[in-house]
Design a binder for this molecule. Structure first.
Ligand code: PLP
Length: 467
């Protein structure tokens, strides 16, 4: 007898898990019956499970505060949400409900912050860390936020040239941060990151331009290791270098009191995902505390800017298997009812792996498959993820009755900012319907249609066709 898909999962992984369970051969995500959801809203379907955002902010707080308690860390932890990972108002609302601060990257970001502040949704003392290259509009936006009464707007200098703008602000004093460029990992094409100021220039720049400058107060040293918070020599070496520079700067600048380590906590991308969040936070916090104290320096306030970790696990995309193609005796394709390349651009552009499971038919025998999106692009596909791991799904024959649905999980960060939301996509494949799911005070699920699936009329104007 052939083993079922359910057998495969139960015998290969620890299952059920916090977010995933199975009942009557259908998949549940955080207790949501995805088959029922698909019957109600159809497919393709994008969903955002909003409670996960608050849970993740609480988790990051717990990881860092626990680590700090363990080593008697004498300064606070301040989580910021990196808005570029998902700018949606429903995301920002949850982030602010959970008292997170914000990290922003561009001029329009400052407009959104101004709007939230004017509406009373953002307290005046919320930290707004302004990263990225500063255009004229962005600089104006930063000044506008400061003048409107926001007390903790901190522009982080991406280059030394940027200082002149803040010196000319019509304000008595501007608090700033300096971003220090990381050295890139061994497999990068570059030696140093293009973001931030080179390590060797930080202290001379401070002495020449900031020390004794009456309108400028240096509060923060910032860095971000792009490859993420990985337990490897490269990451720890970078952290060590930045903490060392922090202590050197601090010995010159008594007002400096904050170290910002950027983002980089990962999200679950397989059922066998094994990342010890507490251990990495413990090691990071201990390293900072021990190194600073050994130099006779008080440990800094710690800022983080988690994007993927905060919002990634709130998102999912559900697709229907429209067709099946046997291209040869080894390759079976399931053709999906939307484009993978547009809904999850990281999948092809960065070869990012997302957790994928069938929504129904868990009692069926499983077969190795490749997934094809609706566009004619060869890269609009998802197949094996490593030479050891084949992609398996329940066997199905389209037209046999109820179709097979599949879902990709933890797609909530960056996918819309990379592919665009609405707009014109490859082969004019329409963007899917988008549903928001939340829980009310009693824990009951609430659903809201955020965006209908795209229609022809939604794109024709963008393409210049007039009635
Ligand atoms: C400066 C900065 N901080 C934070 C982040 C968020 O990183 P992640 O999504 O890995 O948490 C980014 C992402 O590019 C970034 O550039």
């Amino acid at each position: 007898m052939k083993r079922s898909f359910k057998d495969l999962i139960e015998q290969t992984y620890e299952f059920p898990q916090t977010a995933f369970s199975e009942e009557d051969n259908n998949l549940f995500f955080h207790g949501i019956d995805l088959m029922q959801l698909t019957r109600r809203w159809g497919s393709p379907l994008k969903l955002t499970y909003l409670p996960r955002i608050g849970e993740q902010i609480k988790r990051s707080r717990e990881f860092f505060e626990t680590a700090m308690k363990k080593c008697d860390y004498q300064a606070t932890y301040l989580p910021c949400y990196c808005t570029k990972s998902a700018h949606f108002s429903h995301v920002l609302e949850k982030v602010l409900e959970n008292k997170s601060h914000l990290e922003i990257s561009s001029s329009f970001d400052t407009d959104i912050i101004y709007h939230l502040y004017q509406e009373g949704k953002l307290p005046a003392d919320a930290y707004i860390i302004c990263n990225g290259y500063k255009t004229e509009d962005y600089i104006k936006g930063i000044e506008k936020l400061m003048k409107a009464g926001m007390q903790n707007v901190i522009p982080v200098l991406d280059s030394m040239d940027e200082l002149k703008y803040y010196e000319n602000f019509d304000l008595e004093e501007v608090e700033i941060g300096l971003r220090m460029a990381t050295e890139e990992s061994a497999n990068s094409e570059y030696y140093s990151s293009r973001f931030g100021i080179q390590k060797s220039k930080i202290i001379p720049f401070y002495k020449a331009r900031i020390e004794g400058n009456p309108g400028i107060k240096l509060r923060m040293l910032h860095f971000f290791v792009y490859s993420g918070m990985r337990d490897n020599n490269y990451y720890w070496n970078e952290v060590h270098n930045h903490v060392k520079t922090y202590t050197e700067l601090k010995s010159l600048c008594s007002e400096l009191d904050s170290l910002n380590i950027g983002g980089g906590l990962p999200v679950q991308n397989t059922l066998s995902f094994d990342y010890d969040y507490q251990k990495i936070c413990d090691e990071l916090v201990f390293l900072i505390k021990n190194y600073c104290n050994a130099q006779g320096i008080k440990e800094p306030r710690l800022f983080t800017e988690f994007g993927s970790f905060t919002v990634g696990e709130s998102g999912a995309c559900i697709f229907k298997v429209l067709g099946k193609k046997e291209q040869n005796d080894r390759e079976t394709w399931y053709i999906l009812d939307n484009s993978l390349i547009s809904t999850m651009p990281d999948m092809w552009a960065r070869k990012h792996r997302f957790l994928m499971l069938p929504v129904n038919k868990w009692d069926r025998a499983y077969i190795p498959v490749n997934l094809g999106g609706l566009t004619c692009d060869n890269d609009d596909s998802y197949s094996y993820v490593s030479s050891r791991e084949q992609l398996f799904l329940p066997e199905t024959t389209p037209g046999e009755g109820q179709p097979l649905y599949i879902a990709f999980f933890h797609t909530g960060a960056y996918q819309e900012t990379l592919s665009g939301y609405d707009g014109v996509h490859h082969c004019l494949i329409p963007s899917p319907k988008h549903v928001l799911i939340d829980r009310d005070g009693t824990g009951a699920l609430k659903y809201e249609l955020f965006r209908e699936g795209q229609q022809y009329n939604d794109i024709k104007d963008s393409l210049g066709y007039r009635d």
